[in-house]
Design a protein around this ligand. Sequence first.
Ligand code: PLP
Length: 424
Amino acid sequence: MNPFDYKDGVFHVENTSLKKIADAIRTPFYCYSSVKIASQYTEFCKIFDDIPSLVCYAIKANSNQAVLRILARLGAGADIVSEGELRRARAAFIPAEKIIFSGVGKTIRELDLALVEDILCFNVESEPELELLSSRAVTYGRKARISFRINPDIDAGTHSKTATGRADDKFGIFWRDAPRVYKKAAQLPGIEVTGIAMHIGSQIIKSQPFDDAFSRLSKLITILRADGHTIKQIDLGGGVGIPYERDNYNQLNLKAYATLVRKYVKNLDARIIFEPGRIIVGNAGILVTEVLYLKKSRNRIFTIIDAAMNDLIRPTLYESWHEIEPVVLAAAHAPYITTDIVGPVCESGDYFAKERQITRPKSGDLLAIRSAGAYGAVQSGTYNSRLLIPEVLVKENHFDVIRSRTSFDDFISLDHIPEWLSDE
Ligand SMILES: *Cc1c(COP(=O)(O)O)cnc(C)c1O
């Protein structure tokens, strides 16, 4: 069963009508399928079940507590990049021994908390971070298990803002520097070198960049082992792309990725860590919005909707393409229009689609913006003093609000008036 499909002309998530949810909680809102989240995760694990491995879901893709609970119950670990994510992961009962800490700018507070929690591994991204971690570990009388995140200088062939493995990207340690940095780590107190890591980018849809990066990593592992370092854990990062267009066959599928991984890891004798984010949740969520106006200008028809770039920034930030469909199917011979689908925010970059063909909508119609489960709600903000929108989780024929819409009172009361400006 496809968890996102029409039933009697109305878009359903599993067995729940989106129209029913919209009537109950108003638009815009995110809606996730619990079945789809679980099945994406189990499919990912299954494809690698013959390899000693741990799947550490990259929780920055979608870190709602309910989403994390689904994955935690299935045994997932977490890849985190901040104190907030560490706290979220632990609050959802993901055990510390399954948590990997990535990121170029871990603060002293964050290192301390992760040391006290005794997480599985710090993926260290610079020498100053290594030195600080060593001294904090000594202070706490702990050993920090580390991998170095290597920058293999490979272009992932994705959008420039989601490529992370080129020499001029801020991420990782340049691969040629690795032998020297591993040697340094081996001499530092409080540090236990356990492995190596990489993550070259996101929404990667070709196998070549992975092939090139894995190849470089394998050669490096041979050198590091010859130097006497323990590499018992190899973290291949995330990055596997998903189809945003429904019929995108040009897509690196999970099987091809798995074949590639196998080619390299079969002789490496190590536990493999995967950090998938987007592929787990991206196609498990949609953004539901209402059409406010149809506006004709000289050359264009604008479909103005009540969701905006502050709710889903991907089109603005990455020029990403999202399928947009009516929640209630139009009559068979309804006319199509070519339209720019845009939000109310005061920025020309506030759009969801340009020159898109859809059946002509009218005010009050609902639209579903698909593939919004990853890097959607987590990147939302309050620009133009718009409230954070709700997230809804469907299970079969019922739904729960798993994050409430914030209130204007709460929102405004976060600001404080200095005494000298106070009128009371
Ligand atoms: C963002 C990120 C991931 C997840 O990437 P996806 O493209 O969502 O799979 C994995 N590892 C690291 C270090 C990341 O920063």
